[in-house]
Design a protein around this ligand. Sequence first.
Ligand code: NDP
Length: 310
Amino acid sequence: MTTILMASHQDPVDLWRDALAMEMPELEFRAHPDGGNLAEIDYALVYWAPHGLIASLPNVKAVLSIAAGCDHILADPQLPPHLPIVRMVDDFLAAMMAEYAVYGVLHFHRDMHYYRREQLQSQWSRAWPLYTPDTSVGILGLGAIGGDCARKLGALGFQVHGWSRGPKSMEGVICHHGPDGLLEMARQCRYLVCVLPLTGETRGIINERLISAMPKGGFIINIARGGHQVDDDLLAGLDSGQLGGVFLDVFNQEPLPSEHPFWQHEKVWLTPHVAGELMPRSCAKSVAANIRRIEAGEPALDLFDKERGY
Ligand code: NDP
């Protein structure tokens, strides 16, 4: 019998139990804190599990992340160092993230921020639109999620740029890479969308340097992690007019403290970390596929790479 223990304070246990039962009826499902005999647990399926929980599973073979990022696992100081960690890569998650990216870009591109202000003053005032084929969007991170964002924004007729760590080629996307590539891309883009993993190299990457490289009045959409943005630099960019607006789903501190200036800022649009949800009925497929691979002695797909940090 193969046994999985789920530990998450926010994911729906019942939906995960049902979805895994459909995909892998032979798997025994348990949910923390009712893990039973912890020596029987083969896999941990986690999102912000209590620190020390994974270390208390003597026979666990892998940690499966209920998130694309693995920051919530690495934050556990007692995490056994050699345990394989499997990221969540899921088409529906990528599609949801791309929906948000497209929505954020279109919100600004179709002047919804402007029309809302005008509406509140009962003003019938038309803004002249930009020509979409001349308008560039830059995607920071061209992975499973960024690639889908790039394709969908390209299908809407934008000129799409993308930035990755190593060189990449993607049909219809002007690709940049490495530290120089970032500013080269930012200089050309009215809109930037961040879908990077949070690593030592990407923390604080949405900063004064990046903002000032963009054309004046540009817009940033961050749906990756709050640690990518330097809050004071965003606020300074917004207040000086260098930035026309930002759409933020993620924050340095979550929940965003009630006194934070983002809440009331007229150029900030924010949501409480909801850009991409992990739907059990879709994500259970990759969890089951990876367990089957590990049980067959094959490496899991989408293994977290400790050297790269993502
Ligand atoms: P992937 O690992 O598939 O892709 C990561 C991309 O970022 C790759 O293109 C990679 O480059 C690039 N990258 C990494 N480091 C650098 C760097 N130093 N410089 C330039 N490019 C870099 O990740 P996913 O697309 O699956 O997920 C991205 C992130 O989105 C997650 O880590 C998570 O934090 C966030 N997320 C947020 C959600 C939300 O609800 N707000 C939901 C889901 C995900 P290369 O191609 O060269 O490797």
